[in-house]
Design a protein. Structure first.
Length: 405
């Protein structure tokens, strides 16, 4: 691992050098969306100032530059995720659209009444609602891997009986649980089930190698890994992508069209109808370069140290219950404070310049299961510092005095 100067890295994020409500901004909502380094902001500006044109169509200089930048970003992502080929990377607006793509293409083609879709009790609404819609459409049923008391999943291979698809999160956005993705994929493969991994919280935080993981699909969002909103994608195993139908019809995804019918290109073009988010892909490519230079094991080590420190400090505050596993976990900590509602607590934190998130975190069934209306969550990234974690704990100690007086 390289020795990173995290202070210098933090200075590359212009947004962090500001005050909010008269206090230095402490941004601890990166699980919702990360901030962007100057390198990514500049790559997008440069693209618009020098290269902007539509891709794959014009034979002029700018179109060919735009196409190179767009396809170059795809190739970078393929390497970053350990895919066998850039053709396995489909650009989407993010995780939600990537999951909906699979649910609307592979889903109706492969699921029949009585088939089972296996999910887990941890899933974000993005990896739940599309499968509910698909189940209603096909007559398939949903089954859930139960949550154990320690915040991990109580998986047994018997849960895979009759399962055609196993879709699960890699890192829980509410509890920070890191699921044993390679083990789940192996068990699913042995039963002939296809796997989809929701990588929204893992893609920018831990090393990801889709071939070592053995998944069929991996969905991810650019905006959680230093790239712009509206960027992201779906990795799909090429043999599988070749067999499934397109989703959106339109320009660029066709080989030939008559008034009556059309033939489609090979993946990934088959799944990318219309003008794509070219600037978003350029920004995503720059974000991949940026994260690769920092090295993901170093990012994970830094984030894990902050998370462990935060958990220790929060656990000392009276009436605070820290949720989630005690072992390795993602870069976030959610907690329940018995003396304040999460919305009141996050409003109080905001008055002190601290950005936390309070609510159900798009995990309503999980919150119901845990018996809380919502939780308060601090989520970290490599630009956060130990001093900020300590300041967060100070602010929350102040909140305890304020609310519990
Ligand atoms: N899954 C998980 C685990 C997430 O944390 C999120 C974002 N909060 C999503 C899916 C959805 O991502 P997006 O809104 O970028 O599509």
């Amino acid at each position: 691992m390289t020795n990173v100067d995290w202070k210098k890295v933090r200075a590359e994020f212009p947004i962090l050098a500001q005050e909010v409500n008269g206090k230095p901004l402490i941004y601890m909502d990166s699980a919702a969306s990360s901030q962007k380094p100057r390198a990514v902001i500049d790559a997008i500006s440069r693209y618009y100032e020098r290269d902007n044109a539509n891709v794959h169509r014009g034979l002029h200089e700018l179109s060919s530059r735009a196409t190179d930048a767009f396809e170059g970003a795809r190739a970078k992502l393929a390497t970053y995720l350990g895919a066998a080929s850039p053709d396995e990377i489909i650009f989407t607006r993010g995780t939600t659209e990537a999951i909906n793509l699979v649910a609307n293409t592979w889903g109706p083609q492969n699921l029949r009444s009585g088939d089972v879709i296996l999910l887990t009790e941890l899933e974000h609404h993005s990896n739940l609602v599309p499968w509910q819609m698909l189940a209603a459409r096909t007559g398939a049923t949903l089954r859930f891997v139960p949550l154990a008391d320690d915040g991990t999943l109580a998986f047994t291979p018997a849960l895979l009986d009759g399962v055609k698809l196993f879709a699960f999160t890699h890192i829980s956005n509410s509890l920070g649980t890191i699921t044993p993705a390679a083990d789940f994929c192996r068990a699913a493969r042995e039963q002939g089930a296809v796997t989809l991994v929701d990588g929204a919280q893992s893609v920018g935080h831990i090393p990801v190698d889709v071939r070592a993981m053995g998944c069929d699909f991996y969905a991810f969002s650019g905006h959680k890994m230093c790239a712009p909103t509206g960027s992201g994608g779906l990795y799909g195993r090429l043999e599988l992508l070749r067999t499934i139908p397109p989703w959106h019809g339109g320009g660029e995804m066709i080989v030939s069209v008559t008034y009556e019918r059309a033939t489609y290109k090979q993946p990934p073009a088959k799944f990318e109808a219309g003008t794509p988010n070219i600037a978003g892909a350029v920004g995503l490519g720059a974000a991949v370069d940026y994260l690769e230079a920092l090295e993901r094991p170093a990012i994970f080590a830094h984030d894990s140290a902050l998370t462990a420190h935060a958990i220790a400090l929060l656990a000392e505050i009276p009436g605070v219950r820290v949720l989630g596993p005690t072992g390795a976990r993602g870069a976030l900590v959610a907690f329940h404070a018995e003396w304040a509602h999460p919305h009141d607590l996050t409003t109080y934190a905001n008055e002190h310049g601290l950005a936390l998130r309070g609510g159900h975190h798009c995990n309503q069934p999980l919150m119901r299961k845990l018996g809380y209306p919502g939780t308060t969550r601090a989520s970290f990234y490599f630009y956060n510092t130990t001093a900020e974690v300590e300041r967060m704990a100070d602010i929350l100690r102040g909140a305890h005095k304020f609310f519990d007086a």
